[in-house]
Design a protein around this ligand. Structure first.
Ligand SMILES: Cc1ncc(COP(=O)(O)O)c(C=O)c1O
Length: 430
């Protein structure tokens, strides 16, 4: 490819075909395991909502849970039909409910915050660190009130917040830490696997994740009380507690994981280390290539930590390049790299929080709190969304270095043709 003479497709009014090939982690091993399981005539779910043998699920669900315990080196894993329901149960398992507040990040999928709200507790949004994208510990500390019971921290993009600082805040204020580890299984913070730092954590097995079984989630903890309460919340515990010793009141549901999903998840877990290792290599190459450009800020991980790069965030130095992010993204899309702007809308800006209304017929539980959800409360998260961040998955297999090079080359040419793009920007605005 002659990169010296090549211009930009957008300037020629063209759109090139998509470059990136989709990532898929399941294959022959999962298929064979499913066929073998089906041929065995086993039940598709081993759960029953009564105290007894079947209260904790079927053979495959339990096998998966033992695998997850061994992967994370923890005492208890409890599977769920999604990370969303596992997060909900983790809040409930900590005994958090009406009148309580949980400090969390606005820069995450909605499930992080709704898991708090669905327990009728109040999410309080702290800002994020502009390099790690996880919670900024100082901002968290400013959000703490006498009602705060926990910090729901998000291990976003495959990496982590500064857990030493976050744990110090939690310790000072006697708070629990829930790790939303949906995106970061296998990543390490200063010698500890993410997901094992907080009191309880949750990983996701949904279709978008590094390993997946369609839908699913697993809660992990070293605290037996949390694990037992999570099991009750998962499977209509209100019925079972009559027959259990030392029971506490619980309002359960059906958050159970199916055997068939567990069969696939077991196979996926065998691949996780290798899949992560490969992503880390490819993402490292992308970082090296992006570092050649003075108007982008690559995703740099501190030396004593790792990321598993769920996605790869890139910040543009908008002042230096002198283009709107919208123009950069349009140019990248025309080159065959469709790239979303921002990541997610910071959660406090969603109608749920702006209107302070979770139910059509009631203002509860928002009427119990005066916490602000105004624009401006989390300036870093808002800047990422409105101005500077894009993300890519171009480093994921089956894409290789050729695709990464082509992506970086497209960004390089955007810098090179910035004057022409500025004219394009002005003409498309007028
Ligand atoms: C950070 C985060 N938390 C929670 C979830 C919810 O996961 P699930 O779809 O398994 O419920 C996701 C899913 O994308 C996520 O990225």
């Amino acid at each position: 490819m002659n990169t010296e003479t090549k211009s930009l497709a957008i300037l020629a009014g063209r759109t090139l075909p998509k470059y990136e090939r989709p990532y898929i982690s399941v294959g022959r091993e999962e298929r064979d395991a499913v066929v073998q399981f089906m041929d065995s005539g086993a039940e598709l779910s081993g759960f029953s909502g009564r105290a007894g043998d079947r209260f904790l699920g079927g053979v495959k669900v339990r096998e998966l849970e033992r695998e997850v315990e061994s992967f994370f080196g923890v005492k208890f894993a409890v599977s769920f039909n999604s990370a969303t329901t596992a997060l909900q149960a983790s809040v409930g398992a900590l005994g958090i409910g009406p009148g309580d507040e949980v400090v969390t990040s606005p820069f995450t999928m909605a499930a992080t915050a709704t898991a708090i709200l669905l327990n009728n507790a109040i999410p309080v949004f702290a800002d994020i660190d502009p390099m790690r994208y996880g919670l900024d510990p100082q901002s968290v500390e400013r959000c703490i009130t006498p009602r705060t019971k926990a910090i729901m921290s998000v291990n976003i993009f495959g990496g982590s917040p500064d857990y030493d600082a976050l744990r110090a805040v939690a310790k000072r204020h006697d708070l629990k830490i829930i790790e939303d580890n949906a995106q970061s299984s296998g990543a390490v913070y200063r010698g500890r696997l993410l997901g094992t730092i907080g009191d309880v954590s949750v990983m996701s097995l949904n279709v978008h994740k590094i390993i997946q079984c369609g839908e699913g989630g697993v809660l992990v903890t070293n605290d037996e009380h949390i694990a037992r309460r999570a099991q009750l919340l998962r499977n209509h515990g209100e019925v079972a507690i009559d027959d259990l010793e030392g029971h506490e009141v619980v309002l359960g549901s059906n958050y159970r994981f199916s055997e068939l999903h567990a069969v696939i998840a077991i196979e996926q877990f065998k691949k996780l280390h290798e899949l992560n290792r490969h992503r880390q290599q490819q993402a490292g190459y992308l970082t090296a290539r992006l570092s050649e450009l003075d108007f982008v800020r690559p995703y740099v991980i501190p030396e004593d930590e790792t990321s598993v790069y769920y996605v790869y965030p890139i910040q543009f130095d908008i002042d230096r390049i002198g283009l709107r992010r919208r123009t950069i993204v349009a140019a990248l899309s025309a080159e065959g790299f469709p790239t979303p702007e921002g990541y997610v809308k910071p959660l406090h800006l969603l109608p749920l929080f702006q209107d302070r209304r979770a139910y059509p017929n009631s203002k509860y539980p928002f009427d119990q709190s005066s916490v602000s959800y105004a624009r401006g409360i989390c300036p870093v998260a808002e800047r990422m969304y409105f101005e500077s961040l894009v993300f890519t998955t171009i480093f994921q297999p089956p894409n290789g270095r050729e695709e990464i090079d082509a992506f970086v080359d497209a960004i390089r040419r955007i810098g090179e043709y910035r004057d022409a793009l500025r004219n394009y920007e002005q003409s498309s605005e007028s």
